[in-house]
Ligand binder design. Structure first.
Ligand SMILES: NC(=O)c1ccc[n+]([C@@H]2O[C@H](COP(=O)([O-])OP(=O)(O)OC[C@H]3O[C@@H](n4cnc5c(N)ncnc54)[C@H](OP(=O)(O)O)[C@@H]3O)[C@@H](O)[C@H]2O)c1
Length: 270
């Protein structure tokens, strides 16, 4: 079973784009609310502050699931492992729980970076490894390249985007998906369905969207700067959406919204 399906690790707290006081406050609030899984990346430039904030919580290391992601600029054989070692120093840990490749490499040859990722696992720099922003075709290829299980493919996943093809590939190869942009950076609030369904359960629109993701079998990463939202995003385990409600939300995936659409590393989605 993927580490993200153990206990509370299914509900992770993301740290992008937080820095400084906002990051410290958000991590302290999330830890007090019960989050134990935290997501960062070399690209976010906040690993050292995340490490400091997590140390300040006083939570024992073994209670935490810390994920970081290698920057594609570090996929060279001469710098990959050194960059991960720097991440560990910044995060104040001997090993991260999960090390992901943040984006597929430019050019699309995924084998070299996957082999370096596996080498990081062999050396004990990470307890689990995975990928992020892989297409269905890349995922199928990846499991033929890597011997170790992949803990996740972390991707944009929310009710306004149809990811059923990627989900089918993920199931086929046994690599569970985890979400980012889980509330589509607020775009879900333009659709009345979430608040309407929420009213039936005494829940907010955001909680309905996050519950839909969990019931799809996808683990979550959420991020908020607001204590009420941080707590609400975690407090989604004691209600269930019916098949009818799930189907009503499924229809919104036709919206086809990608909030992360441009940028140097974005692959051709299949
Ligand atoms: N692997 C990747 O390439 C990748 C890419 C992007 C993100 N991520 C990870 O995923 C995490 C989350 O993704 P994201 O931040 O891009 O998108 P997101 O969670 O969809 O959006 C975050 C925004 O939604 C608002 N929000 C959150 N919960 C809310 C609630 N309950 N009610 C109302 N508004 C709410 C927040 O505003 P307030 O602060 O006002 O609540 C924040 O501005 C990131 O922090 C990062 O760790 C990974």
């Amino acid at each position: 079973m993927s580490i993200y399906f153990r206990g509370t690790f299914q509900r992770g707290f993301g740290t992008w784009p937080l820095r400084g006081e906002a990051l410290h406050t958000a991590i302290a609030t999330a830890a007090a609310a019960g989050y134990r899984a935290f997501d960062t990346a070399q690209m976010y430039g906040n690993e050292a502050e995340t490490g400091e904030a997590l140390a300040t919580t006083g939570l024992p290391r073994e209670a935490l699931c810390i994920t970081t992601k290698a920057h594609p600029d570090n996929y060279g054989a001469d710098r990959f492992l050194a960059s991960v070692e720097q991440s560990l120093r910044d995060l104040r840990v001997d090993a991260v729980d999960v090390l992901l490749l943040h984006w597929p490499p430019v050019g699309g040859n995924i084998a070299p970076s996957l082999r370096l990722l596996e080498e990081a696992l062999r050396r004990g720099l990470a307890r689990h490894i995975g990928v992020s922003n892989y297409t269905a075709a890349m995922l199928r290829q990846a499991v033929r390249i890597v011997d170790a299980p992949l803990a996740t493919n972390q991707v944009e996943f929310h009710p306004l985007l149809d990811q059923s093809r990627l989900m089918a590939a993920a199931e086929e190869v046994g690599v569970p998906l985890s979400s980012y942009a889980s509330v589509a950076r607020g775009a879900i609030f333009r659709h009345p369905e979430f608040a309407e369904i929420g009213a039936e359960h005494g829940r907010t629109a955001a909680q309905v969207a996050l519950r839909w993701i969990l019931q799809k079998g996808v683990s979550l990463n959420t991020m908020s700067t607001k204590p009420d939202n941080i707590r609400a995003n975690f407090d989604i385990m004691d209600f269930t959406l019916s098949h009818v409600e799930m189907a009503r939300i499924d229809r919104l995936t036709r919206t086809g919204l990608r909030v992360v659409a441009g940028g140097a590393f974005v692959p051709d989605w299949d």
